[in-house]
Design a binder for this molecule. Structure first.
Ligand code: PEP
Ligand code: MG
Length: 602
């Protein structure tokens, strides 16, 4: 057996940076499957109490397993119950109990954390065992440890994260992002994921550096390990030396200085150097974000992803009242600039309000507007809340994943019915709010003229549009190198949409992540887009970029790009033509990390 000594290693793991910035802290392993064990420091006088909790947890776990074993024996016979004997034996293992006890005493941490540290150590040993059968026993230990942690968490006392936490997980899930405390978490790392996965979008919104697609993550990390997340370079540095930490601290300070310089200019108008105004709005996921959008110079909210309101309500969908007060709060905060509320867009495998079997192909399944129209009670509640809130401010509604005109018509019918109800009930509301459609599937691009005839505006959802146009899963790190926003098919689709909108005299806004990345955003402007919506934190720098460029140059370059046939050619041309605007050091420090990081790895 060849156990590693991970604390002695210094490792740099490569991945894809999906949220820029640098986080320096300590690894907390956040299992998306098992329970989450967080580290909590305890005072010396609390040690005995903690040991008592541990003892109780062992006792309860033994009782549970004994009961399970009895049941199993009854159902399947004695020979199948031996697995639980092994689990019971682990709970009697004095060496294990001593190890956990000593971690609690010496490190003064909570019992959950001590179990996690012991588990990680034991698992590292098991991982190195050559014999398949014996190695698999590592999962039994994990099972027992999870049981103990869950037993301990029955009282929900230790959910708090310590400041300086770097969360390491298999996959960053949106539900996990909703739960986490951005003040405590300084970095996120995951084995899988992509630039436009929702969790990455939230990480950028919260300003938490994140790196995904780190293949060797689980083999290399241990709970409690010191680490640095470099969201620019797409790297996780484990056990950094003091010199390395000092270098990264200096880079953090440099970013802060540059950020302050950019922030000073946020009150300047957003116009190109030759005078074309561009509107920059905010994408938000959590209602509380509305309080900060003003400080970044956002002109209202271009996209409120309401599914997070539903995700943070674990048992039932949020009531009409909760939705109404949330939407009203947003509308009042945005004033004349207004807010665009997107109706429920489920895209995740475990929606809080659905108890149906998981779909084989959720990206093509019953989601977004399809789901809303299938569950009209839920949709009506949301539409009622939106119309009521619209009485207090400027609200538009936008429908996700529209692929046919019928979907707008059915929504308008529901809106009429809901407005009639509200009138009869005497509740203040506004019936005639603008209704837009998200252009995010190829079908919508092909029928953009027909959709434009029935919609009040278009919102280009490039995240999904790229996924469906190129048939590349936006969450899959294995094909992240094929997810090319500047692919000729994407440019042509955007152009078609802009032309159809112009012909119908309706506005078009881009709220996908292309709007937040300077090279791509300039391409969008060159294609005729005048409204961009993005994570609020990216607005000040985008404004700087736009103010330093001539529209004529953008249009000229994009006209040439539209004649090219590969994404590489387009990227090369734009980088070369706009090098002056984009090469500045500030961009490297603040904006999206280079997508080529991923390509270089492949
Ligand atoms: C998009 O698809 O571009 C979009 C803005 O929606 P989401 O990222 O929420 O799917
Ligand atoms: Mg979308």
């Amino acid at each position: 057996m060849n156990a590693r000594a991970p604390h002695e290693t210094r490792r740099r793991l490569k991945g894809l940076g999906v949220s820029p910035g640098i986080g320096i802290g300590t690894i907390v392993h956040f299992s998306s499957r098992g329970p989450h064990a967080f580290r909590v420091r305890i005072e010396p006088h609390q040690v005995e109490e903690e040991l008592h909790r541990l003892k109780k947890a062992f006792h309860t776990a033994r009782q549970q397993l004994a009961q399970m074993k009895a049941k199993l024996e009854q159902a399947l016979g004695r020979e199948h119950a031996y697995i639980l004997d092994a689990h019971l034996l682990m709970l009697e293992d004095q060496q294990l109990i001593q190890e956990i006890t000593s971690i609690i005493r010496t490190h003064r941490v909570n019992a959950e954390w001590a179990i996690k540290v012991a588990l990680d150590r034991i698992q590292a040993i098991y991982a190195d065992i050559k014999d398949d059968y014996l190695r698999e026993r590592g999962s039994d230990i994990e099972d027992v440890a999870h049981r103990l942690i869950m037993t301990l968490q029955g009282d929900h006392r230790h959910r708090r994260l310590l400041p300086g936490t770097i969360l390491a997980t298999e996959q960053m899930l949106p539900s996990m992002m909703v739960e986490l405390d951005p003040n405590a978490v300084v970095g996120l790392v995951a084995r899988t994921g992509g630039w436009t996965s929702h969790a990455a979008i939230i990480a950028r919104g919260l300003g938490v550096p994140a790196v995904v697609g780190i293949e060797a993550l689980h083999e290399e990390i241990e709970a409690g390990m010191p680490a640095i997340v470099d969201g620019h370079a797409g790297e996780l540095i484990l056990n950094p030396t003091e010199e390395v930490v000092a270098q990264y601290r200096e880079r953090q300070a440099e970013s802060e200085r540059l950020w302050c310089a950019v922030r000073d200019r946020i009150r300047l108008p957003t116009v190109t150097r030759d005078g074309t105004p561009i509107t920059l709005r905010a994408n938000i996921e959590l209602p509380s974000e509305v309080d900060t959008i003003g400080q970044y110079g956002a002109q209202g909210i271009g996209l409120f992803r309401t599914q997070y309101l539903f995700l943070s309500s674990p048992t039932a969908p949020p009531s009409e009242h909760i939705q109404f007060t949330t939407y009203r709060r947003l509308a009042e905060a945005c004033g004349q600039d207004g807010v665009t509320i997107r109706t429920l867009d489920w895209a995740e495998p475990e929606p809080a309000v659905s108890d149906t079997e998981p779909e084989t192909n959720p990206a093509l399944g019953l989601r977004a507007i399809r789901y809303s129209l299938r569950v009209p009670e839920l949709f009506r509640t949301q539409l009622r809340a939106i119309l009521r809130a619209a009485f207090y401010g400027r609200i538009s509604v936008v429908l996700p994943l529209v692929s046919s005109v019928t979907e707008i018509r059915r929504t308008r019918e529901l809106l009429h019915a809901v407005a009639r109800e509200l009138r009869e009930e005497g509740l203040p509301h506004r019936a005639d709010i603008p209704v837009g459609v998200m252009i995010e599937v190829p079908a919508a691009v092909f029928i953009a003229d027909a959709l434009a005839a029935e919609a009040d505006f278009f919102s280009l959802g490039t995240n999904d549009l790229i996924q469906y146009l190129l048939a590349v899963d936006r969450d899959n790190s294995r094909v992240a190198h094929l997810y090319r926003p500047l692919h000729p098919a994407v440019l042509r689709a955007v152009k078609e949409t802009v032309v159809a909108a112009a012909a119908a005299h309706i506005p078009v806004e881009v709220c996908g992540e292309m709007a937040a990345e300077p090279l791509q955003a300039l391409a969008l402007i060159g294609l005729g887009v005048r409204r961009l919506s993005m994570a609020p934190k990216t607005i000040p720098l985008m404004k700087d970029v736009i103010r330093s460029v001539d529209l004529a140059l953008l249009e000229n370059t994009v006209d040439r790009a539209l004649k090219l046939v590969t994404a590489e050619e387009v990227e090369y041309l734009l980088r070369e033509q706009w090098a002056d605007v984009l090469s500045e050091r500030r961009l490297k420090n603040h904006m999206k990390t280079d997508r080529r990081q991923m390509e270089e790895r492949i």
